[in-house]
Design a protein around this ligand. Sequence first.
Ligand code: NAP
Length: 213
Amino acid sequence: MGATGLVGGHVLDLLLASPGYARVSVIGRRGLEREHPRLVQHVVDMNRMAEHAEWFAVDDVFCCLGTTIAAAGSQEAFRRVDHDYVVQCAQLAAQGGAARYLLVSAAGANARSRVFYNRTKGEAEDEVRATTIPGVTLLRPSLLLGERTEHRPGEALAQRVAPVLNPLMVGPLRRYRGVDARVVAKAMVRLAAEEPRGVRVVESEEIQELGGA
Ligand SMILES: NC(=O)c1ccc[n+]([C@@H]2O[C@H](COP(=O)([O-])OP(=O)(O)OC[C@H]3O[C@@H](n4cnc5c(N)ncnc54)[C@H](OP(=O)(O)O)[C@@H]3O)[C@@H](O)[C@H]2O)c1
């Protein structure tokens, strides 16, 4: 899920390069101009995912879905993607017998937060945890670094500053260092190789360690 996005695109590259996956299914609102013998694409109105429960009968789910309040147009529209679609996908995957659900959430995700963004991410995490999926991995990256086509002025500035600030962020500040989207993807795919054992929360610093080098 989210294979047309920054992290999801890197995850897809890694999965298609990995012989461990006999089939890689991509579910999204638009197709990818890409072909591969092990790639299956499903294009769907995301509000109607439940009509295609059979697509979710997979082993591992890599959920890299997300938007911004600015791009979505309202808090409600943002929540539909970052909460509703994420949770529904987990529920369908649980019904389909998935062993693992790996979710790109965000640093600060907390259902009790006063900040709408963090609260929405935290609520989505909590509902994913509540499914019957044996292995739930919640990755909480800090600012994502990488090339995007969509213009996000605030993030663009933060991305320019990050290379200067990152080395200065030491001790408890390390967790706020920007993290390359490719590193998040690598960490995600590496974590999927582990035995599913309940819920694992992976903060940005650990993502950096797992996905680096
Ligand atoms: N940006 C950051 O610094 C940051 C930091 C921490 C965590 N995160 C989180 O990390 C995750 C991945 O981020 P990213 O930057 O890789 O995301 P991204 O590049 O914006 O990609 C998001 C994916 O979600 C899909 N999507 C968005 N809106 C949709 C909608 N209305 N209906 C269906 N699909 C929709 C996109 O599909 P289309 O291509 O069709 O739009 C795309 O595949 C997100 O959950 C994000 O919140 C981001």
